[in-house]
Design a protein around this ligand. Sequence first.
Ligand code: ATP
Ligand code: MG
Length: 436
Amino acid sequence: MANVKLAAVRGMNDLLPAQSPLWEWFEARVADWVRSYGYQQIRTPILEHTDLFVRGIGEVTDIVEKEMYSFEDRSNQERLTLRPEFTAGTVRAAIEHSLTYDGPKRVWSMGPLFRHERPQRGRFRQFHQVNVEALGFAGPDIDAEQIVMLARLWKILGITSARLEINCLGQGDERARHRAELVTYFDRHQDALDADSTRRLATNPLRILDSKNPAMAQLLGAAPQITTYLGDASRRHFDGLQELLAAARVEFKINPRLVRGLDYYNLTVFEWITDELGAQGTLCGGGRYDPLIERLGGKPTPGVGFGMGIERVIECLTQSGQVDTAARTDVYVIHQGGATATSAFLTAERLRDAGLDVICHAGEASMKSQMKRADASGAEFAVIIGESELASESAAVKPLRVLPSGTRAEQRIVPLQNLADTLVDALDGAEVEPEQ
Ligand code: ATP
Ligand code: MG
């Protein structure tokens, strides 16, 4: 055992310090963005009863058939599952705590999900989503709001490649008629179906439309389209959505083959897609699931929401290279060991009292190597406490930022009692315009 090299589980990634500034930047933008639309955060457990997902997602879906991490609890033999998506847990919590008792609710979540898929670019076994759900709203205005909201996020993030596809899946009876026609159509063309699709013909024929197999493109292109079967109410909902999107000048394409393979999805479905990420180009998928809440034991309540793959959005941001992700701190404190180390330690605490971000050098090292670390830390200033500074109860303040002239401002000696004020003032000034 001792010689076995430990490694992360396949398909599960470590987020290392060099990458975390980009994630933190993204998460901060997201928190502001959801707030600007009145969404409140909900945090549900990562583990739920397996049955929640079987009932919530549906037995004949890829997720439930083959992607869930499920196991038996040690003590009471309950079947538990690491959540593969957010909607089921969010709806369970909403029912359990009567969240929509006093009116509709807008809620959002962010965190890890788990699916046992084949790991590849943009597809992992632990991945992360931003998830947004609106519970208790029936009209197309909220569908439009969520889509427009995403268009705004792409602007905030500087992502220009995201394009929108929408479709309308209608209601149960309309879907049933479409489904029957689909089955007849595919039955007639069985020889053109691949193995996956032949299996789905018996279980979930709608999912065949989702196939990415180019050999089936022509067959799928000529298949019966749900749009033909929509009744007046569904059509009005779909028209209402399109009118609002057009009024908000959000471009979209109607993709009649855009489906979600889950029975309870109805009316609006949408995806935001980019061509910058290769095969896994869907940044975000969502839609309406009006039948779900009742199906999970709640009072009939409409719902609409979406999940956004954070790794894929982060990859877009990395490719664009526009986000500044350099390490940053205000001050790096350097000392000569012994009594100067104690003084440096306490000086750093005083500076943090004043609200500054401070790294104090820990351990022993030459002044030269400490100065190198100060430079690498991204600090604006090095504060140096050597023997002579300690004796005069002062510190040397050395600006680290390179001025446009290619030089750095002069080092100066500051009494310890003025140090925090001096640095706070200097940092305020530094934000505006560096001295020439
Ligand atoms: P796909 O067709 O890519 O498998 P999906 O229909 O399974 O997507 P959803 O369940 O709708 O995806 O999840 C919403 C988003 O979460 C996706 O659009 C994608 O950005 C992201 N996502 C889904 N599965 C993964 C995964 N295994 N790894 C990374 N991101 C994922
Ligand atoms: Mg999938």
